[in-house]
Design a protein. Sequence first.
Lengths: 812, 164
Amino acid sequence: MNIYIDVTNLIQSNFMTGIQRAVSEFTTRLIRNEDINGMQIVLIKCVEFDQFMVLKKDKFYEFYAKEVGDKKSFESDVFIKVDDMCGDSVFLDIDAVWHNVFLRTELYPMLKKRNIKICTYVYDIITITHPYYTSNPNIVTFPAYILATLKYADIIFTSAQFTVEEMEKLAKKVGLVNKRNYKVVPLGGDFKNNSGKTGEIDPRAIQIVEKGKYIFAVSTIEPRKNYEILLDAFDKGLNDLGVQMVIAGRFGWNVEELKERIKNHPEKDKSFFHLEGMNDDTIRYLYENAYMVFFPTFIEGYGLATVEAMQYNVPVALSDIPVMHEVGGDYCDYFDPYNPLEVVEIVRKYLNNPNLYEERKNLLKNYQPYTWDQAEQDIVKAIRTQFSVHNVSVKCRQMVFLTARVDAFFDTLDFIENLMPFIEEIVVCCPEQVKDKFINKGKNRRILITIMTDEEVLAGEKLPDDHQQRNTFLRCKMLMSNRIDDVFIMSDDDYRPMFKMGLDVFFERGKYNAYFFHDLGEWEDGVKEMTSYDRGMVRTNEFLTKNGFYNLQYSSHMPQIIDKGIYKEMLREFPEILDIGVDEWSSYFNYAISKYPSKFRVLPYLTLGWPGHVSDWELKVDNKIYLFENYYENLYAPNEIFENFSEQYNSDIEKENVEKIRVFDEERQEHKNGKIIYENYMRKYNLKYRYAPSFIFEFDEKENRAKFYAPRYIQLGVNSWNKIPVILEGMSSADIKIGWSLSSIKGEEKKPVEICNVDYDRKKVLLAVRTPNEEQNLFFNLFYSINGAKFQVGKTIIAKIVKKNEREKELY
Amino acid sequence: MNIKEECFEQIYEIMKMELAQKGEKMPCTKNVFLLYQTSRTYEADYLKIKILNNVEFFQAVYLLLFNRVPDEEAQICWMEKMETLENSEFQKQVLSSVRGSQEYVIKGSKLINYCLAEEDTKDNETKLSRKVRILNRLYPIYARLPEQLKDFMRKHIKKYVGKI
């Protein structure tokens, strides 16, 4: 199991207090205990939206656990996106991630779609409940983080039950009704000597100790910590009792008045002391020799300093608030944080009764702080318990097809028989008129072919007209038959295995593998013109989102394993699936993973030839492994990508497939290069002109006026397909078409090469711009036509067609 | 499965109420707060912010592009203009200032769909093509020159050709 930990904010911080300390303690232990825990740690740093740098965890460990090396040494040149993360993994958020570029409201849904478990450690929600104690940026950035946690986290770790209660109160107020799983894991109280060597004790501290008894308080001086009450207590009684007051900590934000009061206090440096910049040894010395330690805070998430103080065998007094009781228990005294006289009374009580004082000190000898090792193990145990893999196996020996194409099926069958030896039976649902052909050709094969006809399956029901709806309807009806096994592989007649494989491709370590290739929420944006298939995807997206399911796209054009029981359950719960015509793959997998997340592993697809052509639609997943081919006959035609390869199975097919993959990847690489060039251009353009390049088409219906807005130039890669979005502004019911062309700067006639219909409901149009093979400068022309009128040139800009090395930038 | 806007509205109201008890205010309006929650960090869509009033526009630009509230200095500097300048002029000036700042570069901020507001680079097609033709003819010579002469040539060609 992989555990991804985003430590962006820890490594960007220059100080080591509070959250930074906790992240360092947790992470170093998780790395150290990887083998024992059976959990592989992947440390990542957020670079930008959906882009993480993988950090060198050994260097990280050396720096934070042993204070060796520097932060630069953590960096690597390995970058990953969410889609690259392992299917069976956990995303553990323990850092101050609300500062991150990648908002959790965007990251967490992406992780959920991938069935990657989300575990978040929430230190407190003071920013929400007491925003006046927080700096302004946090007030704006924190809400997204906490709402995402409440909505999506599989386990929410907190340091105190108090925080759990506060979070549940908040969830109720904002209407987040989903059930949450909390685990209280207190922070460790065992602190190492951070300096690594015995430092000198500050002489001022020695003088204070020699002078006599003192009350001690340590933290950053900020409004929440309520130091005013200590000064009030000092002025109203503690000074008269002959007790000194020592406050150690730097001035924080919004404490100008208190700062003045401290600086100008009449007893300053006599019996009242404010110390800044003390080293750890001085602080330790002051703790050990204090008469009492006070924490008058108004609100805390935990109060790590409390735990620290209790270990020095010095009586501690805390604000009488719920979280302090949780941390201090019976070991501490409590006072009203608004009443300085209660502070005085506590001190007076002990001064007047030395026996009582000794009793309190003796009680503290029994105090055993929770350790960081215990905290780490609690987290590991919680993850293991929640997400353990069950040691189950399944029997899967059957494939199921829906097809009318006899030849195509039997061509594919040759591949299956030889490369998928665990398949013993294939059930084919076909029209009555081709049944005999299937039966005759299916004789004497290794695999038993069982035929069901459409008519048998439909049992008198009528098939829908739409292609997508028809397929879904038939498949769903087929599944009701007893002839279909409880677990089977669903496939189509053009999905061919490329290499020999076992069942572990589909079912591995107790889980079904679910292969996705896109996101239904983004699908519509990436297609130029809607086909029946695309309309089916739109319907599927609507169905899934309406019913609260995730919406990855699973029609990956490769065989996939199906649990019949779950499929039937889905059809019982949503019988309308048969009528509305959703994609049978995406509906099943998104439903199944939502209901039974522990049974599935979500992985990027393994299909070569989907898309058949890089220009067909915008790639989302950069799949690196191919085990299946989505066979397109036209790709084997002369002058096409696979023209020299065999279309039929032969004994050397696996060797051929290795070469086929190389050829396919080469073509994809040029397209990828084009993408890199386009992305670099966007970055550089933004840097130079201080706005990102974009294309906008504006139509004013009243004035019947259209206009294009475009950047000063565009840069595209040679021999690539580029999907250029054009944002639609204004609204219109007119019949509008826009088009583009690339023309020579020598002044050839301009006419649109490709035309798109404008649909204002979609808010943008994607132009699939194909570039020539050579580096050159051309004109990029944008055209429009309103209500069937002749196309007019709306805009012309320079298009720089470059290779990946981009030499033109020298001249321009 | 996304978080509904109502949740963000609720949380805004909760924090606003808490701050009001101490006589303090939220650092931005609800509109701007909601816009921030649904935008990418360090990215501002001009089409979405251009419809805001001056006060909200000012808050939105800082929050969306710089991920922070405007500092006191900036508030004071722009306060008068916020009240006196008309919407489009105020927006132009604020964006010009923000886009010209080092912070825009350091943070990798992105102002998208801004070409709408850029001056119409009405087609200098003839000029463009002539300039490009000249450059294309000169490039083979340029490519063979030593580095110092390349620098020299670049400086002088830029003067003549200007920005494309």
